[in-house]
Design a protein around this ligand. Sequence first.
Ligand SMILES: [Fe+2]
Length: 404
Amino acid sequence: MSIEAGGRTIALKAEDDQHRFNRFWLRDLCPSLPTKQSGLRTFSVASLPDDLAARAAEIDHVDPGDILVLEWSDGHVSRYPVNHLLSLAERAAGRRTPLLEVELFGADTEPRRFDGSELTPGSLTHLELLMTVARRGFALVGGLAHDGADRGTDAPAGPTTEDIARLLGRVRETDFGRIFDIVTEPEAWTLSQSDKGQDPHTDDPYRYRPSGISILHCCQAAAGDGGASLLVDGFAVAEHLRRDDPGGFRLLATVAVPYVRHRTRSVEQGEDVHMVAYGPVITLGEGETDAPVVGIRFHERSTDVFDLDPAIVDDYYLAFRSFARWVRSPRFQYVRKLNSGEAIVFDNQRVLHGRTGFSSGGGRRHLRLCTVDRDQVHSRLRRLIEVHDPGHERVRLCGGAAPA
Ligand SMILES: [Fe+2]
């Protein structure tokens, strides 16, 4: 192993590989810097001189591993465990951990199903639930509490909506409250409270940060065949468009459109609101239009007046209509009628949800909906990986639908 400190770069040669580290980058990671229990750092790189340089460098061969000792121009001495430094070499070279590979789904998917009674907080099954949602967009959970009425029984014991939500993180309180009870009512004030079908959409696109990971918990299924849930992988639709209609894909990924929810009077389960957010239908990760899809924001019933450049408005509508048609296509729709006591846990910034219509004359239908911000869920997932699979917690996860 050899070391070369010159000017702004410190080069470390280990076996056949040469790794180069920037002076500020290294000093920013000096192990002598104090850390706090809060998990936040206390150091400012602004405190370093502009002309910072490594004056001397040597390898200290000690047990249990070599230490790189750097003496800096401002008199500070840093001691870096070489193995730790090498484990960071990819990042020092600007190479990011790839995004977690997702598995696209369509009509024929076989979803992963979990049993609520096995989802002990902190367990491997808990980790698998969150990983399934991160990779595949959604998971089914069975064995949950339900109303019991449709089976002629009292409500059975079992994990509640809140119990499942706690596995994800803190429930986001919205203008609907913590949990939205979707119950068929004769005097429906929203479409969701009616017995009509709903085309697949992502929830609350009119928020800068829409719902993250959501739970739809069926407490009482509709009688008959109707009331089935529709799930569409927005990433799969986007990838289809990327291949099939690159021009339309580019418009959906680069042009932000307005979404709105405007209600001047409060209703039984909602405050008065006037929310407006702009965002592209397809959010891409870093890079050009060949970058991975990381988020979807799409709800035809929530669009505000499109204020687009007249030069692109026609092409934009063609692309938007194309997306809307594909989310209605049976090829992309996974259809499942939830039984009482079953829930879908889904990524609302990837998976569009809807339902088929049903007959409210056949009795009551009751679903409960709540959501947890995606960063909370991903935080929990990383912590569970740390516990169950140490060393792999640097997984990079989709940030979701970006606001404009
Ligand atoms: Fe919805």
